[in-house]
Ligand binder design. Sequence first.
Ligand SMILES: [Zn+2]
Length: 285
Amino acid sequence: MKLPRLKQMLLCMTVIVTAMMMPVGVSAKSHSGSADRKFTLCLDPGHGGKDFGCIGDKTNEKTIVLNVAGKVKKLVEKHLSDYAEVVMTRDGDYFVTLQGRADIANKTHSDLFVSIHVNSVAKSNKRRRSIAGCQVYTLGLHKTADNLAVAKRENSAMELEPEDKANYSDFDPDSLEGDILFELTQSMRIDQSISLAETIHNNLVTTAARKEMGVRQAGFWVLWATLMPAVLVELDFICNPDSEAYLASEKGCDQMAQAIYNAFSSYLQTYGPALLQRKVEARRL
Ligand SMILES: [Zn+2]
């Protein structure tokens, strides 16, 4: 093991251990604010600007995910504004680095990070026009080639920012160090992340009628670099013409946003501010 990488690892472990000492579901912001502070949801519409993400016949990933994220934000502001606020890593068609996305989530002390994406498979894949379904990822070791391919594609945004490449030089999900860091990072927030991933996945199936492809794990850089429970959602496959038509429609985006909002609302009732939990309890009596 090289010394710089060891140093980096120790630094990361210090950050992780410090974060582990905080109460579950509470970020640093609550220590200076009131007990009934708002819960901060960081929404991360993937790609943007020069990075189109996956391309379909008629539209592209960066446009769809911005539309869906904007609708989730509006739902939270309409129904949950007493308890929660939304931070967006981008609110227009411009490029944000992966590091920039993690910085926004970390510097705003967000309580939850939801990265929104659209899936695709290679042109050579025989199932390209028929594959369909939603996947929701938490950070972990990719156990299948399919999961690895998705993580590689989403991480590839770092190749569009060569001047910042140093930021990512120590991220190697396949190394022993990466393995140890994943274990440490996961043990802290994995329960919340998996709980949210399952709820989003189930809501995409019931509310947005997407085919179920399951909750999975893979080495996504943005999930690794954010210091709060975090998931990455792949809504459906843009390479499938039927799915693309749905992803591109306002009705489809409304339903997918409703699915993510429903899941967030459930999460908030379990892990959110004490004020909200008390109100939910009172309603149950
Ligand atoms: Zn993407």
